[in-house]
Design a protein around this ligand. Structure first.
Ligand code: HAM
Length: 432
């Protein structure tokens, strides 16, 4: 038997599962506060769903194989193509704008590094059918609200927002020819991860860009803050109109009271091929970790998959970096197991009474455990403490005779005799 899980795959022990459930609960709460409905799709998809549209970065990381029916299939590396297909298939019937979310587990054969595994869970939250920038603001606000509800503030998390249309206009203005835009985007995307001279060398190789243009192209990625972006846009053809959605989106986030979380930053490009407008990522404020969340507008994707021509905007937020950040900021929940009561049988003859009471308390919603074998009282009480039980409820021959129990408050160390009526009432479950 192999001793470990595959590299990049996680075993979820109860503590890990408690953290995962906590994150999932917050994801679902925020999605429902924003009026989003949950959907899901298959974890295994036709390979071509990704080779067509996701872009080379994700395609290079696919888990894919030929199935027994000779089909080329892949484990889903992202949710957006599945969502696009599902919406396209029922586009006419669905009331627009569509507001859907999902919590898929995704698979990418990545080089293992901190914050990047080969499987992760990802909140996907998307608005489909609305071209206006209020939709972009709405999904960015939802991403920020996930962080807020998890107990993270602007000193912990930043949303960095950019716009590919603005980048395009500024790059054309800097002298980048249309066919070289892709290369310029790719270089700006790497500004924070690669030394500048290496990016310049790459941009000028094979006649991609003249040296002066390459310099100016990279300088576009250095523009930070909305006023500076507006200033730069004023100087290029069509710039003032192109920058308008970004201005409106940032203005809406300000009206929502979230501007403390928002930085406009043109070095955000996003790796995926299908983004067409505003793009954004959430990072830890200290920038020690990988991105927590990434998303943006992808107006052409549904039409490209052969469906209805609907505009769309959304994001994916992973559980891996988010979990690391919660642990680092000590806002992760503790272990899940905390019992209301651990029932203790003094003798073997007391076990039926313990079982009866356990069942009665569980029927009322109580979290109750008892020893599954005959054990000394001391051992049973030790297990009760280890389980984090609030009360030990001790039943011996004497208690059975009067139809009650001894209830020991394990936090306070106090103990008292209670009647059957009190047990059926609030003696154990009253403080919940
Ligand atoms: P993405 O940037 O590839 O976007 O992934 C979004 C987030 O998922 C990342 O910011 C990160 O938190 C998490 N993530 C991605 N890969 C890994 C990994 N190997 N290990 C751990 N976490 C990871 C998308 O997937 C887009 N489909 C999102 C989207 C939805 N855009 C519009 N709608």
């Amino acid at each position: 038997m192999p001793a470990r899980a595959l590299p990049g795959f996680r075993d979820f022990y109860p503590d890990d599962t408690a953290l995962r459930n906590h994150i999932f609960a917050v994801w679902r709460t925020v999605a429902s506060r924003y009026g989003f409905e949950e959907y899901d799709g298959p974890p295994l998809e036709p390979l071509e769903l990704y080779t067509q549209k996701s872009g080379p970065e994700i395609v290079g990381q696919l888990y894919h194989f030929r199935d027994r029916g000779d089909r080329e299939v892949a484990l889903r590396p992202e949710m957006t193509p599945t969502l696009a297909r599902m919406v396209a298939a029922r586009a006419r019937a669905l009331k627009k704008p569509i507001r859907w979310f999902s919590l898929p587990q995704l698979f990418r054969y990545e080089r293992q590094q901190r914050g990047r595994l080969r499987e992760h869970f990802q909140l996907n939250l998307d608005v489909i059918g609305e071209p206006g920038p209020l939709a972009d603001a709405e999904v960015i606000a939802a991403a920020i609200d996930v962080a807020r509800l998890l107990g993270l503030g602007p000193q912990d998390v930043r949303a960095r927002v950019s716009d590919r249309q603005v980048l395009r206009a500024l790059l054309l203005g800097a002298g980048v020819a249309e066919p070289s835009l892709g290369a310029a985007f790719a270089a700006i995307d790497k500004i924070e991860r690669e030394p500048r001279d290496r990016l310049l060398t790459w941009l000028t190789e094979d006649g991609k860009l003249p040296a002066g243009v390459a310099q100016r192209a990279l300088a576009v990625g250095d523009v930070k803050g909305l006023p500076a972006v507006q200033d730069a846009a004023r100087k290029v053809p069509g710039g003032p109109a192109v920058v308008e959605p970004l201005v409106e989106c940032v203005g809406a986030l300000e009206a929502m009271g979230l501007s403390a979380f928002v930085d406009v930053d043109l070095c955000i490009v996003r790796g995926l091929a299908y983004y067409s407008g505003i793009v954004f990522e959430l990072f830890d404020a200290q920038r020690n970790l990988r991105a927590i969340c990434g998303g943006g507008r992808y107006d052409g994707l549904l039409a490209a998959l052969g469906g209805a021509d609907l505009p769309a905007v959304g994001f994916g937020m992973g559980d891996v970096v988010l979990g690391e950040l919660l642990k680092a900021r000590a806002v992760a929940p503790g272990a899940a197991g905390s019992l209301d009561a651990f029932l203790v049988a003094v003798t073997a003859e007391d076990t039926p009474a313990v079982l009866q009471l356990a069942h009665a308390l569980r029927d009322r919603g109580g979290r109750v455990e008892f020893s599954l074998k005959e054990q000394s009282i001391a051992k049973q009480l030790k297990l009760a403490s280890a389980r984090g039980a609030r009360f030990a409820v001790i039943i011996g021959p004497e208690e059975r005779q009067r139809g009650g129990a001894v209830v020991r408050d394990l936090r306070r160390g106090e103990e008292r005799a209670v009647s059957a009526a009190e047990l059926a009432g609030d003696a154990v479950l009253g403080g919940r």
